[in-house]
Design a protein around this ligand. Structure first.
Ligand code: AMP
Ligand code: MG
Length: 340
C-alpha cells in the first residue's frame, strides 16, 4: 500500500473523511500526539488499527469526538462530575472514561464496560472528525512499543506501507498523550498523567485518586485499571536509565562512564556545559511544557545516535512534570539510580 502524506486542505480533509467512512485508517494530527484513526463504530475497521500498530488487542482505544452532543450515543451515563470536566477542559488534552453504551464495538473497549472519550482542540483533528461524520477511535500512530509520534515524519517512519494517508498538521503542541481520568467508579481516578494536571482537575471536581501504576511498576499479575499501564512503552533502541541526582553529581556520574559504555545523556540546559558525553537536551529543568514537547522526538533522535545506554536526568514530578516522569520511567523499564 502506498502511503500519501498531505497537508490539510479541502481536498485532503475530504479524502480523509472518505477513507475513514470506507473502513480505512488515517494518520491524524492532534495537540497531544498524532493518532491512527478509524471509524469508532466499525469493529472491523478498528481491528486494522491493532494490526497496523502491532498493538495487543486487550489495550482499549480512545474515541475522538468534535462535538459534545456525540457523547450521549457512546455512554450509558454522562455524570454531572464528568460533565464538569468536559465543560472545563474540552476541547483539550484530557480523556474521560465513562460507562459505555451498547453502540461502542467491543474492539474499541477491549471488552471493558467503559469507553474512553476525548474532544481534541487541534482544528485539523476536529475537521477530520467532522469530515468523516463519525466518532474516531485513535491510539497514538506509532508502532506498539515505540515513542508516540509528534510530527507527520514520525508517523510515516512507523506506518509507511501500512496506511493509505497521513495528514501533516505540523508539530503536536503538547507532545505527550492526553491525561486519562476514569469517572466510571465512585471516585475519580487518574490513570495517566498528561498536559492537564492533577491540581487543575482537582480545582474543578475536588480530590481525585492517582492510580499507583502512574509512578510505580506493577507486578506481572497485577489487576490494572487501565490496560495500557502494564506495557513497557516508548522504548528507544538504547537502554535508558534514569539518574536521580543534582546537576553536578549527574554530570560526574555520566562523565565517568560514557566512554567505556558507549553511553549518552538525556538532560536539561543546566547540565549541558558539565557533560562530556553526547547528549540531547530536553529544555530548562523547570520548564515541564518544553520537556513534554521534546521528550518523544528526543527519544527518537537517541535512536539515530547509535548509543548503547542513555542516562536520563530524572525530571520533577509536580504539574506536567508528572506526565514527563510517567513516560520516561516506562521508557527506562522503571530502572532508576538514585545518587545520594
Ligand atoms: P493511546 O491511545 O495509545 O494513547 O492509549 C490509550 C490509553 O487509554 C491506554 O493506556 C488505554 O489502556 C487507556 N484506555 C482506553 N480506554 C480505556 C478504558 N475503557 N478503561 C481504562 N483505560 C482505558
Ligand atoms: Mg500509545
Amino acid at each position: 500500500m502506498k502511503t500519501q502524506v498531505l497537508k490539510p486542505n479541502e481536498h485532503s480533509l475530504k479524502l480523509a473523511g472518505e477513507l475513514i467512512r470506507s473502513g480505512e485508517l488515517v494518520g491524524i494530527p492532534t495537540e497531544t500526539v498524532y493518532g491512527l484513526a478509524a471509524n469508532a463504530l466499525d469493529g472491523e475497521a478498528v481491528m486494522k488499527i491493532f494490526k497496523a500498530k502491532g498493538r495487543p488487542s486487550d489495550n482499549p482505544l480512545i474515541v475522538h469526538i468534535c462535538d459534545l452532543s456525540q457523547v450521549d450515543y457512546l455512554v450509558k451515563e454522562f455524570s454531572p462530575k464528568a460533565k464538569l470536566l468536559a465543560d472545563k477542559f474540552w476541547p483539550g488534552a484530557i480523556t474521560i472514561i465513562m460507562p459505555c453504551s451498547e453502540n461502542v464495538p467491543s474492539q474499541v473497549t477491549a471488552g471493558l464496560d467503559t469507553v474512553a472519550i476525548r474532544f481534541p482542540s487541534n482544528k485539523t483533528a476536529q475537521a477530520i472528525i467532522k469530515s468523516a461524520g463519525l466518532p474516531l477511535a485513535a491510539p497514538s500512530a506509532n508502532l506498539s512499543g515505540s515513542p508516540s509520534p509528534t510530527n507527520a515524519a514520525h508517523v510515516y517512519n512507523d506506518m509507511k506501507g501500512r496506511i493509505p494517508l497521513i495528514i501533516d498538521g505540523g508539530e503536536s503542541k503538547v507532545g505527550l498523550e492526553s491525561t486519562v481520568i476514569s469517572m466510571a467508579g465512585d471516585v475519580p481516578v487518574l490513570l495517566r498523567p498528561g498536559g492537564i494536571t492533577v491540581s487543575e482537575i482537582e480545582s474543578v471536581i475536588g480530590k481525585i485518586v492517582v492510580d499507583n501504576g502512574v509512578t510505580h511498576m506493577l507486578a506481572d499479575d497485577a489487576v490494572v485499571s487501565s490496560p495500557g499501564m502494564k506495557y513497557k512503552h516508548y522504548a528507544p533502541k538504547a537502554e535508558i536509565i534514569i539518574v536521580k541526582a543534582d546537576s553536578e553529581s549527574y554530570a560526574e556520574y555520566v562523565n565517568k562512564r560514557y566512554e567505556a559504555e558507549g553511553a549518552g545523556a538525556l538532560c536539561y540546559s543546566e547540565d549541558t556545559e558539565k557533560l562530556k558525553a553526547p547528549y540531547i537536551c530536553l529544555g530548562e529543568k523547570e520548564d515541564y511544557s518544553s520537556q513534554a514537547h521534546n521528550l518523544f522526538s528526543s527519544l527518537r533522535k537517541l535512536d539515530d545516535m547509535n548509543l548503547k545506554k542513555v542516562y536520563a536526568h530524572c525530571p520533577g514530578t509536580d504539574g506536567v512534570g508528572l506526565a514527563v516522569y510517567n513516560r520516561l520511567i516506562r521508557s527506562a523499564g522503571f530502572e532508576v539510580i538514585e545518587l545520594a
